[in-house]
Design a protein around this ligand. Structure first.
Ligand code: AP5
Length: 188
């Protein structure tokens, strides 16, 4: 978990590599669908371009299908899911059906100014349609409104691990890996 620009995608790639498990990024799957022109991509695009969340029903169905794939049997790292209370509930059901569970919920903490600076910098080099200044600010608001409450939910379940997300990518990766509970890091 973490607000837009916290480094979820960057860390998901390197940490999942370290643990030899797939990273499942809802943002990436949506963007792949937009690029491929699928019906899901068409539906998702207008929400993404406005900085709003894609409806839970579409997102949950997509994650459910992905978690059922073979490569997720020995573990997985979810990047950017769940983001709403309804998604938490749906994920609980999916995991229980798969006889699986979360080992940890990593929260990448980065201050707001640094988040905006990172995304504005990316806007100069990449072509993400949601990296305009207005949409970047809306994405931060949506995180505060809909996703920040999940911090308390996972804290209450004793799963939340706060990690300082400021520093070199490798430093943050080392912090994440060492903060993982032994059962997550040691079972690989
Ligand atoms: P998503 O792609 O997940 O976007 P996001 O949450 O806005 O996050 P970002 O990808 O912008 O940031 P990040 O935290 O992954 O950081 P990153 O590593 O990229 O989702 C896009 C959209 O899809 C959503 O807005 C929504 O519409 C929809 N969606 C996705 N999931 C959904 C869900 N569950 N429910 C409903 N809708 C959903 O890094 C950002 C930048 O910072 C990069 O340029 C990177 O190089 C740089 N950077 C990374 N780490 C560092 C570092 N340590 N130091 C300096 N720079 C760094």
């Amino acid at each position: 978990m973490g607000p837009p620009g916290a480094g979820k995608g960057t860390q998901a790639a390197v940490v999942s590599d370290s643990l030899d498990i797939p990273a499942i990024s809802t943002g990436d799957i949506f963007r792949d669908n937009v690029e491929a022109g699928t019906a899901l991509g068409e539906k998702a695009k207008r929400y993404m371009d406005a900085g709003e969340y894609v409806p839970d029903s579409l997102t949950n169905a997509m994650v459910g299908a992905r978690l059922a794939e073979r490569d997720a049997r020995n573990g997985f790292l979810l990047d950017g899911y769940p983001r709403t209370v309804a998604q938490v509930e749906e994920l609980d059901t999916m995991l229980s059906d798969l006889d699986s569970r979360l080992d940890a919920v990593i929260l990448l903490e980065v201050d707001r100014e640094e988040l905006i600076a990172r995304l504005l910098k990316r806007a100069q080099t990449e072509d993400r349609s949601d990296d305009t200044e207005d949409v970047i600010r809306r994405r931060q608001e949506v995180f505060d409104e809909q996703t920040a409450p999940l911090i308390e939910v996972y804290e209450g379940r004793d799963l939340l691990v706060r990690v300082d997300g400021v520093g070199a990518v490798d430093e943050v990766r080392a912090r994440v890996v060492s903060a993982l509970p032994r059962r997550a890091a040691g079972s690989r």
